[in-house]
Design a protein around this ligand. Structure first.
Ligand SMILES: Cc1ncc(COP(=O)(O)O)c(C=O)c1O
Length: 351
């Protein structure tokens, strides 16, 4: 009989829905509309047969990203989405059976990767008022911990961490011989960052993605940021050509247009404020967190409403867990994108 890695065999996966093209996508925290068409056409115009025939070279992108965050390219490792940065970090810095401490509920790939790699996921529950339990997180970090992962700002709910809280977590992780992983997928929707910890501590890795505000989820581009030593270990774990050339080209060009980035941030903020305000005016409990999403508590049954929205081609996210089971999570975009959502939502509620 052939061998199957038992961790992979026993891992429970729920794969993303198919058939989402053409739908009104408010379920996966993508930008519902995407980048300006003129920009996309311009960058696509640079793609020649020779470009496609050549293996990708990440350095020009890394140089630009390093300048964007005030660091050096030796501080960076580009990955196929931050999903893969997470995988490499766990593969490199966690040993079989070691603890990976995270807040719960959280981005599902934390526990999926732990399950695939034979790591022990230690979830620390958010408080009932959705606050992030820093003291409980600190208490959960013991000698068994290899990685402590925090989301800054937190996803699906919760604020970010102050620099001082980050320092306490990095210090405790270091005392226990663990890495502090700071997932900043939703950076730009909240500007406070824990990036300075990379220079203050030798055990901190920050992850960023181009799937959210940069609106390039399809291309799969993420970045791990750390000191050159940790980055050198991560790079050894990657394939020779981890990120494709089209993703690197788009990443590079987007970084050359800071005004476009500011506009994307601004538009999302306007759309989010509009959506929360309008839903509240209509009598709904609605709240926004630091990411590109909001929560709304529908009046009727969530599975039935979701079904009605799906029939209209409107995709939203619901949760099974205790804290969030009464809410829908709606990805946010421009005011126009949110007007379209609210219209469909109110009609589906009435149906
Ligand atoms: C908190 C968090 N981290 C990481 C990711 C992965 O993003 P990507 O692999 O698209 O870079 C997501 C995706 O939604 C996320 O919510």
């Amino acid at each position: 009989m052939y061998y199957v890695n038992p961790y992979i065999r026993d891992c429970v996966r729920v794969f993303p829905e198919q058939g989402r093209y053409g739908c009104k996508r408010y379920d996966m925290n993508e930008n519902p509309e995407g980048l300006p068409k003129e920009f996309v056409d311009r960058v696509l115009g640079e793609i020649t047969p020779e470009f496609l025939a050549t293996y990708p070279e990440p350095d020009p992108f890394l140089e630009k990203y390093a300048a964007h965050i005030g660091m050096k390219k030796e501080n960076l490792c580009a990955t196929n989405g931050s999903d893969m940065a997470l995988r490499f970090i766990l593969e490199v810095f966690a040993r079989e059976g070691g603890d990976v401490v995270t807040v719960a509920p959280s981005f599902e790939m934390y526990w999926v990767n732990c399950s695939m790699l034979g790591l022990c996921h230690v979830p620390v529950d958010l408080e009932p008022d959705f606050t992030v339990p820093v003291e409980k997180l600190l208490a959960a970090v013991t000698e068994k911990a290899d990685v402590v992962a925090i989301l800054n700002p937190n996803n699906p709910v919760g604020r970010g961490y102050s620099l001082e809280e980050g320092r306490r977590l990095a210090r405790k992780a270091r005392e226990c011989g663990a890495i502090l992983l700071v997932d900043e997928a939703y950076h730009y929707f909240q500007r406070e960052t824990l990036l300075p910890l990379v220079e203050e501590f030798d055990n901190v890795v920050v992850m960023r993605t181009f799937s959210k505000v940069f609106s390039l989820a399809s291309l799969r581009l993420g970045v791990a940021i750390s000191n050159p030593t940790l980055i050198s270990y991560l790079k050894k774990a990657t394939p020779s050509f981890e990120v494709n050339a089209v993703a690197l080209l788009f990443g590079e060009r987007i970084l050359e247009e800071p005004e476009m980035l500011e506009e994307l941030i601004q538009k999302e903020a306007e759309g989010k404020a509009y959506a929360v305000e309008t839903l509240r005016e209509k009598g709904y409990e609605a709240f926004a967190e630091a990411g590109n999403f909001i929560f709304v508590r529908p009046k009727g049954s969530i599975p039935e409403l979701k079904e009605r929205l799906n029939r209209r081609g409107v995709l939203v996210k619901s949760y099974g867990n205790r804290l969030l089971k009464d809410y829908l999570r709606i990805s946010t975009g421009s005011r126009e994108a949110m007007e379209r959502y609210i219209k469909e939502f109110l009609e589906a509620e009435e149906e």
